[in-house]
Design a protein around this ligand. Structure first.
Ligand code: ATP
Length: 236
């Protein structure tokens, strides 16, 4: 196996006749946290939908551990090791915190690092609230449940779509404080963020998207504010 866990080559995506992604190239190294930033409509969620198999892709356009997965269905993508924390969290309102987390437990056990106890160790408040309905929690706690649920399949790649949206800065800090441990577990991480400052803080590598293309890519310390501004908003 190479040090590349996920490789995307010349990926295109369509909604009917509308082309939403144009030849996207992206590499996620093992153990890396990669942030994808971009304004509304840039194509970030479409890229997540393609990676997770919700949108069909050419098989060879997406490789996980050198294996083509572009043509797999969403359940198959989960099975081979990619799980997602969806935008808006999408907890089951009639289920408890614990039941919501356990829904993520899957036939795939990966390296077996993540168990219910490991999730409670990562987010102790969830253990206290484990019998409460998931939707009775604060927004930040619900986000922790969504992250816990996604980790229960012991993914090689964890995708986080806009996890800081609508949360207070102190809560966002608490959520991102879990990332070092998540990476230690062996998961590589892609975060989709509209908050550029947050993305630069958590990521080893940042890709900026605009109009379905990656317009800038590099380590946070290599990217100037002007370059990010131009890649995010376009050069006028
Ligand atoms: P946001 O931050 O608002 O979620 P985004 O960067 O995730 O934006 P996408 O949601 O991927 O952007 O949208 C990319 C383009 O695809 C936009 O022009 C959008 O209007 C279009 N699009 C997204 N979903 C659909 C859909 N289901 N049908 C048709 N077009 C869509």
């Amino acid at each position: 196996m190479t040090d590349t866990v996920l490789s995307i080559r010349n990926l295109t995506a369509f909604y009917g006749d509308f082309q939403a992604l144009f030849g996207v190239d992206l590499t996620l190294q093992r153990g890396q946290a990669l942030a994808i930033i971009g304004a509304n409509g840039a194509g970030k969620s479409t890229l997540m939908r393609a990676i997770t198999g919700i949108l069909p892709s050419p098989a060879e356009a997406i490789l996980l551990n050198d294996r083509p997965i572009g043509a797999l269905s969403a359940p198959e993508v989960l099975e081979v090791g990619i799980s997602m924390v969806p935008e808006g969290r999408r907890l089951f309102p009639s289920l408890t915190v614990e039941e919501n987390i356990l829904i993520g437990a899957h036939s795939r056990t990966g390296n077996g690092y993540w168990t219910l106890e490991a999730i409670y160790d990562l987010f102790p408040i969830l253990k206290e609230r484990r019998h409460n309905p998931g939707t009775a929690l604060s927004g930040g706690q619900q986000q922790m449940v969504a992250i816990g649920r996604a980790l229960m399949s012991n993914p090689d790649v964890l995708l986080c779509d806009e996890i800081s949206l609508g949360l207070a800065p102190v809560i966002i800090r608490d959520i991102y404080a879990s990332f070092p441990r998540i990476r230690e577990s062996g998961a590589s991480v892609i975060v989709v963020e509209q908050d550029i400052g947050q993305a630069l803080k958590v990521a080893d590598h940042v890709c900026c998207m605009m109009e379905g293309r990656i317009t800038l890519s590099g380590a946070p310390e290599e990217l100037s504010r002007d370059a990010i501004h131009d890649a995010y908003f376009g050069v006028s």
